[in-house]
Design a protein around this ligand. Sequence first.
Ligand code: TTJ
Length: 637
Amino acid sequence: MQNEYSDSDIQVLEGLEAVRKRPGMYIGTTSSKGLHHLVWEIVDNAVDESLAGYCDDIEVVVHKDNSVSVKDDGRGMPVGINQKTGLSTIETIFTVLHAGGKFGGGGYKVSGGLHGVGASVVNALSSWLEVRVYREGEVHYQRFENGGHPVAPMHVTDECSKDRTGTTVTFKADPTIFKETTEYDYDTLANRLRELAFLNKGLRIILIDERGDGRQDTFCYNGGIVEYVAMLNKNKQPLHDEIIYVEGEENGVSIEVAMQYNDSYNSSLYSFTNNINTYEGGTHEDGVKFALTKIINNYARNNKMLKDNDDSLTGDDCREGLAMIISCKHPDPQFEGQTKTKLGNSEVRKIASDIFSEGFERFLMENPSVARAIVEKCMTASRARLAAKKAREMTRRKGDLDVSNFFGKLADCKSKDAQVSEIFLVEGDSAGGSAIKGRDSMTQAILPLRGKILNVEKARLDRALSNEEIRTIITAFGTGIGEDFNIDKLRYNKIIIMTDADVDGSHIRVLLLTLFYRFFKPIVEAGHVYAAQPPLFVIKHGKTIKYVLNEEERDAYLATLSPNTKYEIARMKGLGEMDAEELNETTMDINKRILRQITVDDAIAADEIFTKLMGEEVEPRREFIAANAQFAENLDI
Ligand code: TTJ
């Protein structure tokens, strides 16, 4: 027994050491994202207990030292000995790689594509970790240190009330692994915990921050994903009052769908499997989309809204202005795709389609006025799509969408290799002129923007296509738009927005980002979009010229100068006032410039921000800007 224990002990420590050697293999990255991943990993265990039906409350506490406690009121982890390892079940789960999944069994486990690497991985990457299990009047306790080494075997440390049950895990991420940061971001935690509460109706999740201002939130939604859709549409005008909700189960696969149309032109459709956001979609999403299109067309034909000769409505027509959440719970999900966020189980397509068809069709039958409003909205979308197609064909015929025809506006680069080519979208003719002179004409194309950019948050594709600046941008990109869009035809690897560091500049930047996010989303998602960062100040002393981006950098630089340096400092007024050389030096030269990549980690948050910033409702925009003085920064989530 003693021997066995030490044998397995050695194996165990080798396993944990492997995690510490290659943390990226287990949690993707050791950046801030990986740090938060530790919390998701532990929280998922508590959510599993809730999915099994034994836990109503989960509490997440961020302590002053950035250690985190996750507490549930479930049955409490088993406190017996594991036959295979000869260790307590708790020590096994926290020290043996991949042990977690083998316990419990059955039911819907959260563990899937992104999470589910196991509690032992969190332990391996922690300076210390403590487990407390409350069961039958006793507190079972074990502590681990230095990447998962047990300080002592699990033992009973205390008594507790007979009816208290549950599990509490507290851990401190190891700063030698998470070198970038070990500080948690409250909003990141809150957003995901809110999402988990939406996806598991009735589950109450409390987030407590003991640092700083001591923020705290309680997330609990008895309406589940219906309340999620209400949130998506909060700042939009709904087309109908009631949020449509369909649920069903077949062969152990459960499908829930909540939806409501709004008067916007975008669709906000998000799907999940076992609480994991399936960004890449999959069979559950395909099934529901297919059924939505089919049922709407059937209804339109049966009620003579579509005539016999009319073309059917397309999927895009049926999803215009649709906010929808699809949540699938599957006992054995197969995650595929580049980021393992695409549900692959083929049987789910029909299950999702059947369940949604039946519920949605019944809703339309029972609510004829809502049904008519929905079909009319889809038919308007269809007409707009045909108009946009005509507009595209017209411009194509005129040669407008042919690059060789607009050298007047676009100063293209000589290289035809998209990999090395970049395009600067420059605010104003004068900065445009300097940029053309200051560029590397081999790889850098310049497109000066003269007119106002249309706010596409309030416009459909057909109207956007009648906007001169937008047509120019589409032509330059080469990808086409709408049904013709093809990212493989993108003519530049980097699309760089170059606007002034003032209010007008950020306005233009936000308009461009809205255009890209709404009409060229894959370009944003693939990380092709950047914002140039022109400096705000220039400091001259002796022969030295130093450009700095903001006040902090200015003060930091001045502090490095010896006290008797006689220096000059000037605020750079705008891109337009820099000559070609300055512009090259400060904002364009590949070796010196600072670019900020525009990334969209969280499409749901981005959607909300664009709606608030650019939508019809004035009050949320005012509130948002007041709460985020540097509002444009917040787009770069
Ligand atoms: C397994 O089946 C028997 C009864 O207990 C089940 C179980 O493991 N429940 C459980 C685990 N509840 N909570 C957890 C848990 C909670 C946290 C915060 C962390 C971990 C690793 C597990």
